[in-house]
Design a protein. Structure first.
Length: 329
């Protein structure tokens, strides 16, 4: 009789021993660890919370702590935590513009922008690094996180339209600054439930995490300032009342258009999260793919790192055009 197999030993983390380079002096420790290890910031945050990151021999307790050139970083890396971008040429998206500084893409609905919980491949970033291999070296040069090089803003999975990606560290800093200052213009086409009476209007209400469901955003006094302007393009009554709007963002909060339109009683068609049954009339959602929102990033304006103001447009995709064609006044 064979002796029993020995029990499999518990996993042991690899110890990364790093030195903070001069180029990252003054940066947040979570960003530095992410750049030097290849792990996403969410994983680094978990490591910091479990004393898995040490600076000059002492456990780091705050992700926002800044580092100095030459300091020693020790990081516990579990095998499954190393995030490696694998170029995936099968990811489909349209390049609207490309030059030495930036790339503008038209993201299709159903495509996640970057890796995250439940999405370890097949994202827009995986497709980008397949088409533009220089992005793989961008994070190390200071152009974003290791798992999302060049990404300065996002679109929801169910939203289509324009998204800009930095291609150099200088472009990353320029674009990130514009999005923080809200000087980059973003305009969306959106089909809202119900009849919006005013031809134009503004929703000025702070947005923050919902206290009831942390995965949702909500209008809350504890949130950050958020302002959405809209104007009516068309109104329809058949098969159900709905209104085609052009919405522009004065700020850029998570799910901003969705939360603001829901707050005034006109959620985005297809948006079950913020609109429930009101946003999902069977006669309309039958024409849309599961998870699809009638929300399209139509126009993007920004200051090109080379100095000029540029504007890009992406036409309404065929699926949403088909939904529009099923409506009548």
């Amino acid at each position: 009789m064979s002796p029993p197999s020995p029990a499999e030993p518990p996993p042991v983390p690899t110890k990364l021993d790093l030195t903070v380079p001069a180029a990252l002096a003054g940066a947040r420790v979570d960003r530095v660890v992410s750049l030097l290890s290849g792990m996403p910031r969410s994983t680094v945050a978990e490591l910091i919370g479990s004393a898995g990151v040490r600076l000059d021999g002492r456990a780091v307790t705050a992700r926002s702590r800044t580092v100095r050139s030459g300091q020693r970083l020790e990081v516990d890396v579990w095998p499954e935590e190393v995030e490696v971008l694998v170029p995936d040429p099968s990811v489909a998206f349209t390049v609207v513009h490309e030059d030495a500084e930036l790339i503008v893409v038209d993201k299709p609905a159903g495509l996640v922008v970057h890796h995250g919980a439940g999405h370890r491949g097949g994202t827009l970033v995986d497709g980008l690094v397949a088409r533009f291999p220089d992005l793989l070296d961008l994070a190390e040069a200071g152009g974003g996180d290791a798992d999302r090089p060049g990404i300065v803003h996002r679109l929801d999975k169910g939203t289509s339209g324009l998204l800009v990606v930095a291609r150099t560290p200088g472009a990353y800093r320029s674009l990130a600054k514009q999005f923080r200052a809200h000087s980059a213009g973003r305009e969306y086409l959106v089909l809202a439930a119900g009849t919006v009476e005013a031809d134009e209007g503004t929703v000025d209400a702070p947005i923050g995490r919902s206290t009831r469901q942390r995965t949702r955003m909500a209008v809350t006094a504890r949130g950050r300032q958020a302002r959405t302007e809209y104007r009516v393009i068309d109104r329809f009554v058949v098969p159900v009342p709905c209104t085609l709007l052009e919405a522009s963002l004065d700020t850029g909060r998570t799910h901003q258009v969705r939360v603001h339109l829901s707050a005034i009683g006109h959620p985005v068609i297809g948006d079950e999260r913020y609109g429930r049954s009101l946003a999902r009339p069977p006669s309309l959602v039958a024409t849309m793919a599961p998870g699809r929102l009638f929300l399209h990033a139509l126009r993007l304006s920004l200051d090109h790192p080379a100095g000029s103001r540029v504007t890009f447009e992406a036409p309404l995709p065929d699926d949403l055009s088909g939904t529009l064609s099923s409506l009548s006044r």
